[in-house]
Design a protein around this ligand. Structure first.
Ligand code: EPU
Length: 421
């Protein structure tokens, strides 16, 4: 397992480009199961999670290949296998997004139930509830969800849960509804840009979806979907992570291929902290040269502050001049980074779903380890400014969501290298 060795203290300066969104690409790749023709996806990053889903799709009869320009080609060749096994689902929870497409296209799905993970419980009850509303039968046997339906029928449904809307649940039900008979209305649908991108892809394949990006999505079922060429949206979480990295190092960084309209809650909090964030063409310039103000941050479904940037802004607020309060409203246990940041000299106190961040003058390099993708990113962000050397182990978590992070940060002047173990 590789580690990242970071020597903190360098101001990040220069230009960096954001990759296509992992969380947009994953459900779109799964949606190719629904289609007859070939899908060509542009901008899909080279990440572990993408490789895991590609492997699962191959098992499910989808031919997946990359062309020389990086385009990802997906084409269904065999519809026999409908079983997503534990071995693959265990590696990546987003594998559950094959449920909706398998059910709609092949009328049956057997998908291993993902367990919890390091960010807390990850139930799929709302996904199943949505499928049942469409007329599917479901059963839990040996840890696998079995779904079947002679046909799916459009209906009105409410898909909100105790923590609000569900991103992959909305994606799953949306995908299933494209081939259902009649009209489906999903109330309390997730409004995340990744759901909009999925709906746009499906529409380009011949689906009839309106309302994506609002809490009410309406789907007019169609008989079949064809392939299409689609470019995935830029990764707003990667962009936000680079923003935090620029801010914490008092840097001056231009982040290209960045949809500022997808990041307004983040920009709002960064400006409140005292960071300059200005639009620059299709990108954004982030600079900071003054003290950091303490702020309150509450994670919420889109367009609120994303839970996937909670750990990274916590790293930044460790150095604010006063006490900040961070409340996690999506995954109340998503705090594995707290103890690790404290090892680097942070003063963080967790009280239920809230962390009180007492600002300190410096962070100090230390060997740290994180067992979640975004938590690991936060440790890298902290390492960039910490005095001395920080060794972040278990880098495979970062590799799940950030492509060659060390090489890209190094182009901005960070002293960071990968150390094989
Ligand atoms: N929830 C339920 N029942 C369900 C589904 C979800 O109660 O059936 C709850 C969850 O426990 C959570 C809340 O609803 O409290 C929201 O979870 P959601 O379903 O929206 O999460 P997800 O779709 O499984 C995606 C991203 C996550 C991101 C969340 C929230 C992908 C592949 N994953 O997960 O991304 O944190 O939405 O925005 O899109 C990451 O990239 O690091 C990551 C974890």
């Amino acid at each position: 397992m590789d580690s990242l060795l970071i020597t903190g203290g360098n101001r990040l300066k220069g230009t960096i480009s954001v990759n296509g969104s992992k969380n947009a690409a994953l459900p779109i790749m799964a949606a190719s199961i629904l289609t007859e023709g070939e899908t060509v996806l542009k901008g899909v990053p080279q990440l572990e999670d993408i490789r895991h889903l590609s492997a699962l799709l191959e098992k499910l009869g989808v031919n997946v290949s990359r062309d020389e320009k990086g385009g990802l080609h997906l084409k269904v060749e065999d519809e026999m296998n409908c079983h997503a096994e534990y071995e693959l689902v265990r590696k990546m929870r987003a594998s559950v997004c094959v449920m909706g497409p398998l059910l709609a296209k092949r009328r049956r799905a057997q998908v291993s139930l993902p367990g919890g993970c390091n960010i807390g419980d990850r139930p799929v009850d709302l996904h199943i509830q949505g499928f049942q509303c469409l007329g599917a039968e479901s059963d839990l046997v040996g840890g696998d969800i079995h779904l079947k339906a002679k046909k799916l029928k459009g209906t009105e449904m409410f898909l909100g849960g105790p923590f609000g809307s569900t991103v992959l649940g909305t994606a799953n039900v949306l995908m299933a509804a494209t081939l259902a008979e009649g009209t489906t209305v999903i109330e309390s649908a997730a409004c995340e840009p990744e759901v909009i991108d999925l709906a746009n892809y499906l529409n380009a394949c011949g689906a009839r979806i309106v309302g994506q990006g609002t809490p009410r999505i309406t789907v007019e079922g169609v008989k079949e979907l064809h392939g299409c060429e689609h470019t995935v949206i830029p990764d707003r979480i990667e962009a936000g992570t680079f923003m935090m990295a620029a801010a914490i190092t008092n840097g001056d960084v231009i982040i290209n291929n960045c949809r500022l309209d997808h990041l307004m809650a983040v920009v709002d909090r960064l400006r409140a902290v005292g960071v300059n964030v200005e639009r620059k063409g299709d990108g954004v310039q982030v600079s900071s040269s003054r003290r950091l103000e303490p702020v309150s941050v509450t994670t919420q479904p889109y367009p609120g502050f994303p839970t996937d940037l909670q750990a990274q802004i916590m790293a930044l607020l460790c150095l604010a001049d006063g006490n900040s309060i961070i409340t996690e409203k999506i995954f109340p246990d998503r705090f594995v980074h707290v103890a690790e940041l404290n090892r680097m000299g942070a003063r963080l106190r967790k009280e239920g779903p809230t962390v009180i961040v007492e600002g300190v003058k410096n962070l100090v390099g230390a060997p740290v380890m994180a067992s979640d993708l975004r938590a690991s990113a936060a440790l890298v962000v902290a390492g960039l400014v910490a005095k001395g050397k920080t060794k972040v182990s278990r880098v495979y978590h970062i590799d799940r969501g950030y492509e060659r992070i060390e090489q890209r940060l190094a182009t901005l002047g960070a002293e960071i290298q990968r150390v094989p173990e």
